[in-house]
Design a binder for this molecule. Structure first.
Ligand SMILES: [Fe+2]
Ligand SMILES: [Fe+2]
Length: 197
């Protein structure tokens, strides 16, 4: 596994981030690695994905759009409307362009913002670690942490539900990948989480 290659490649990129974003990235990496054994995924892979996930987060929208085009990522309507959604796909494409990391790490980075129905355990773990790392402070985060610590799958479902509620309450569009991911886990008892259509 070339996870150390990922960390080595990511180091100068991490230094270009603001201190707060760098601390968040390390927080995601550490939390994902801590929880990795329970998720039956490699702690090294989880750590690597955490380090890389927000490397493009501080790029401006027009630059993300141009970079996504250069990298051959087929943007959709939601991404063109909110180019910040492209920071995951762009960071994943950078990693692949540099030839570091596995396809699984790249997928976890690519979909960390929206989630996706195709997410494997590594991708789901990185998605929730992004929302729950110790530096995150928002109403309800403690409850979500308790759910995720008790049951990873339920934690993923709860963070997805919370993401959808947050977006809906602010009138933001919910990305089709998020809706498709939610449809997979909402289950029969998902009715109370029904988002306004
Ligand atoms: Fe992000
Ligand atoms: Fe993040």
């Amino acid at each position: 596994m070339n996870t150390s290659a990922v960390a080595e490649w990511a180091a100068p990129w991490l230094l270009r981030l603001s201190p707060a974003r760098r601390a968040h990235s390390l927080g995601v990496a550490r939390l994902a690695a801590d929880w990795a054994p329970r998720w039956r995924v490699s702690p090294d892979d989880a750590y690597a994905a955490g380090l890389v996930h927000d490397l493009a987060r501080e790029w401006r929208g027009p630059d993300l759009l141009r970079e996504a085009e250069r990298l051959g990522w087929p943007t959709d309507e939601a991404e063109r409307e909110s180019p910040i959604l492209l920071h995951g796909p762009v960071a994943a494409a950078w990693m692949r362009e540099a030839g570091v990391g596995s396809a699984a790490i790249a997928a976890a980075v690519r979909y960390h913002t929206t989630a996706a129905p195709s997410l494997d355990a590594l991708g789901q773990l990185v998605f929730i670690a992004d929302a729950l790392e110790p530096g995150r402070e928002y109403a309800g985060v403690e409850g979500l942490r308790r759910v995720a610590e008790a049951d990873g799958a339920e934690g993923y479902r709860a963070v997805l539900a919370s993401t959808r509620s947050y977006l809906a309450a602010r009138g933001f569009r919910i990305h089709p990948r998020t809706e498709a991911a939610w449809a997979l886990v909402a289950g029969d008892d998902g009715s109370e989480e029904e988002a306004p259509s």
